[in-house]
Design a protein around this ligand. Structure first.
Ligand code: BDP
Length: 695
């Protein structure tokens, strides 16, 4: 196996399971003339052919035992049944064993065809997991409305922060040729409930909004539509100048407003269910409203007004840190956006990264969550592993996102976790959502590594249900993707659950962050201090010197902590209560500072690096034990990747320790080996063609 089939492998079930389930899956009753139902039927055909060896017959009415019935609210098939359909919303479904016309059938019911598609995928999942299907009573609905994949793909197919080959979108061959892979991509997304796709980079190119490109986008939209997926585009703020011939992009200029309005009308004429715009403005060199001394609200509202007549939305990113602000970068998004709470149109969502800096292996949750009660906030996570070892390092991110989602913002009250903030609409009809930066490319395994598929999967599951448990998701993924055999699932889940902390330990232990090499972010560079903007330098973040290490964000320092609820600020601001895992994120402490364990910071720091390496070695051992229990090709790939990870963990550890030691001048604690080379050796390492570093 190559990994192409993802978690939709539909491998043959064992004979006794087939005997048990096949009689219940003889035929499907569904209106295949409707495109989304057609997609559901295709999937059921494909899945059942694989799982039980034969595709079901297609029927227009119930004709005895063994039927699977797909029906939306109002269908005569549901006449006389009292089903709780109202509770399912537009995209939910129920899956039930029931009786229709005297025959026992499996019913999938929903308010929309998309709900039926989701229900069909659920049935197939249950079969893959060998769950009993004779007394089904499942009811499920997404807790968030917009479940978005953001691709940072350039129009020339280079993927920014992409480690899985080129962009899937072959713009040059579109619209004439629709690669069948687009359909497989849509199937995978629908299977986990992703319902929105932004195919192009937030560092946007205005060409995507020109008429020829809109035809290409339309072709993609046609592939995605039956799968319940809407297409959105990034909008370059200066597009009115670049492709519209205007002299300005000032959001209050009537000509600019008219241009966007006409552009929105044009897009909807081509793509009637177009979703809207995603915008990165006034961030890292992107144009935006501040260029005209206007606010983010002015910019977002202009686009929102253009889209509103068509039902479109604006996802406006909060990832800003301006060159003119010399305060802590951690504070900038709140400084800029909190005063704008209540000033955005109803069809604007603010898209907020999980942490205030940038997708580090560990960050505390972003202080904007809970701080803008009148503005719909989306969580943005990075599925692609820009800061966690690219494609080769095994790092399951489900646990990282769970940690953020479970964080209590205390706003408006105790128990208001980030998940609750996302799930609770700010007004009765307000939007909710989550976005993930995709890790998908042309590699045959889609994500650059077998295990990175789990991050795509986990993202979809958490966007559907932000309260889901990372461990349950890992177990489902392992069973679907590798094998149902507990002897396989148990070690794989264990590896996944320990993997992210291993990366934290060998890259950024004890609350360190942003200590990577310049540009590509591959490999360690804690010594880097020569970049133009202070906050691009690792030395800005760790502030290590002869006396100590860490960034004082308490009231004696930048007081970034003051942006959190008082309960959070108190806990993290007090050395007695801050968790070790965030210590250096919020505090500057001496090298000999005693942690609550009694250990000195210095000794503990060293020990964390070695623990990280030991965990990777443990993963290698677990994986070695799976030889012959999973298919050989994927097994060997993972084995080799783990070996790369082991080697690079050592590199991170040795380089980091060599640098810290050059400042602290302390000996390594007993039992921990000195880095084998001098600091200058690590500083001189260059990786000039590391992937993903494109703007
Ligand atoms: C950073 C990436 C950069 C992105 C930026 C963003 O290094 O490539 O453009 O985030 O989110 O993580 O806009």
């Amino acid at each position: 196996e190559t990994g192409y089939d993802l978690w939709l492998r539909y491998q043959p079930l064992d004979a006794s399971t087939v005997q048990r389930v096949a009689p219940k899956l003889r035929y499907v009753v569904a209106d295949g003339s409707r495109p989304t139902i057609r997609a559901a039927l295709d999937e059921l055909d494909r899945g059942l052919a694989g799982l039980i060896g034969s595709a079901p017959a297609h029927a227009s009415a119930v004709r005895g035992e063994g039927g699977v019935v797909l029906a939306t609210a109002g269908s005569p098939l549901l006449a006389g049944m009292k089903l709780p359909l109202a509770a399912l919303g537009r995209e939910g479904f129920l899956l039930r064993t029931t009786t229709i016309g005297g025959a026992k059938v499996t019913l999938i019911a929903a308010n929309s065809d998309t709900g039926l598609l989701y229900g069909s995928f659920r049935l197939l999942k249950l079969l893959q997991l060998r769950a009993p299907i004779d007394a089904l009573d499942v009811q499920d609905a997404p807790k968030l409305q917009l479940r978005v994949l953001d691709h940072w793909d350039n129009l020339d197919r280079y993927v920014e922060r992409g480690y899985a080959g080129q962009s899937l979108w072959d713009w040059q061959k579109l619209p004439g040729y629709k690669d069948p892979r687009y359909t497989d991509y849509a199937r995978a997304n629908a299977s986990i409930g992703i319902n929105a796709v932004v195919p192009n980079n937030v560092n946007a190119n205005a060409d995507i909004l020109t008429a020829p490109y809109l035809q290409k986008v339309k072709a993609l939209a046609e592939v995605f539509r039956p799968y319940g997926i809407r297409i959105y585009l990034t909008a370059r703020f200066s597009a009115p100048i670049e492709i519209g011939g205007l002299k300005t992009a000032d959001p209050l200029d009537p000509a600019v407003r008219a241009w966007w309005k006409a552009k929105a009308d044009e897009i909807y004429a081509v793509i009637p269910d177009f979703g809207g715009f995603l915008v990165k403005a006034n961030s890292e060199g992107q144009p935006g409203p501040s260029d005209y001394k206007r606010s983010h609200a002015d910019g977002a509202n202009m686009l929102a007004d253009a889209l509103a007549p068509h039902g479109g939305v604006v996802m406006w990113r909060a990832f800003v840190y301006s060159e003119h602000n010399d305060a802590d970068r951690h504070k900038q998004a709140n400084d800029e956006f909190v005063p704008l709470d209540g000033k955005f149109r109803d069809n604007v969502l603010l898209q907020v990264k999980n942490g205030a800096i940038d997708f580090q292996p560990r960050e505390p949750f972003h202080p904007l969550f809970g701080a803008m009660p009148k503005t719909p906030l989306m969580l943005e996570v990075q599925i692609t592993k820009e800061y966690l070892g690219f494609a080769t390092h095994l790092a399951y991110l489900g646990t990282m996102w769970e940690e953020v989602l479970e964080s209590d913002t205390f706003r408006p009250r105790a128990g208001s976790t980030v998940a609750k903030v996302l799930e609770t609409p700010v007004a009765p009809k307000a939007l909710t959502g989550m976005a993930g930066v995709a890790n998908i490319g042309t590699d045959v395994n889609w994500s650059g590594s077998q295990f990175d598929q789990a991050n795509w999967y986990a993202y979809g599951r958490l966007a559907w249900d932000p309260d889901a448990k990372a461990e349950d998701i890992a177990r489902d993924w392992a069973r679907l993707t590798w094998s149902p055999d507990p002897a396989v699932v148990t070690p794989i889940v264990a590896m996944m659950l320990e993997s992210r902390e291993a990366v934290v330990n060998y890259m950024t232990p004890l609350g360190l962050g942003h200590v990577m090499a310049t540009g590509h972010h591959y490999g360690p560079g804690p010594w880097v201090s020569d970049l133009a903007r202070p906050e691009w330098n690792p030395t800005y973040y760790h502030r290590a010197d002869a006396d100590g290490i860490g960034f004082d964000r308490t009231p004696t320092g930048t007081n970034a902590l003051g942006q959190y609820a008082p309960q959070v600020a108190k806990r993290w601001g007090d050395l007695k209560t801050v968790p070790d895992s965030l210590l250096l994120w919020f505090h500057h402490v001496p090298w000999d500072y005693r942690l609550r364990s009694g250990e000195t910071l210095w000794n503990s720091l060293i020990a964390h690096y070695d623990t990280g390496i030991a965990t990777v070695e443990g993963m290698q051992r677990r994986w070695a034990g799976l030889e012959g229990k999973v298919d050989a090709r994927r097994w060997a790939e993972v084995r080799d990747f783990l070996a790369i990870q082991r080697q690079e963990a050592q590199w991170w550890r040795d380089a980091s320790i060599a640098y810290w030691q050059s400042l602290s001048k302390r000996p390594l604690p007993a039992g921990h080996l000195a880095p084998p080379r001098p600091l200058s050796y690590y500083e001189a390492i260059r990786t000039p063609h590391a992937p993903g570093n494109g703007k």
